[in-house]
Design a protein around this ligand. Structure first.
Ligand code: HEC
Length: 144
């Protein structure tokens, strides 16, 4: 079911090193373990915002960026430049948090990138959710 998939992501994003509960078989602890990891990336982030961001990522972003952020979703076909692979370390080092958040809300064109990166203007008044999405993008960048 959908919730299980989100939790699995949260745990995958967090990585075992951060999780005291890593290896625990109780799904209850996996649920609570996913949230502090996101919060660690941005202390002010609420669990609700992190959960909403995971939901939005699954419903709006994976189509192009892929479920693991490799830029290989079904909607990536034919896009040039292709959707950003968040695991690209050179790109991660070159981009600011501010640019990532701006691209998410206002679209690629707003930061001098491809307009194929669509904006999400409805998130303009949800800075915490945008920050949580940015944190997810950064977490993918910490993976190989
Ligand atoms: C219709 C396909 C599509 C969707 C849906 C999409 N993106 Fe993108 N995204 C792209 C493309 C294409 C680029 C590459 C733009 C470039 O490098 O010029 C991109 C680039 C980005 C970048 C890098 C921007 C930069 O300044 O380098 C971020 C961050 C990003 N997307 C986040 C997201 C998030 C988060 C979502 C969901 C809320 C999302 N994208 C949804 C196509 C998409």
């Amino acid at each position: 079911m959908a919730m299980t998939r989100h939790v699995a992501w949260a745990v995958a994003l967090a990585g075992c090193g951060w999780l005291a509960a890593c290896g625990s078989s109780a799904s209850g602890s996996a649920v609570s373990a996913g949230t502090p990891a996101a919060a660690a990336a941005a202390p002010a982030m609420s669990p609700a915002a992190a959960a909403e961001a995971r939901q939005i990522f699954a419903s709006r972003c994976t189509a192009c960026h892929g479920p693991q952020g490799h830029g290989d979703g079904p909607g990536a076909a034919g896009l040039n430049p292709p959707p950003r692979n968040y695991h690209d370390k050179v790109w991660q080092a070159s981009v600011t948090d501010d640019e990532i958040e701006k691209a998410i809300v206002y679209g690629g064109a707003a930061v001098g990138r491809s307009p194929a990166m669509v904006g999400n203007p409805d998130l303009g008044d949800k800075p915490e959710v945008v920050a949580a999405l940015r944190a997810m993008v950064r977490e993918f960048g910490k993976e190989p």
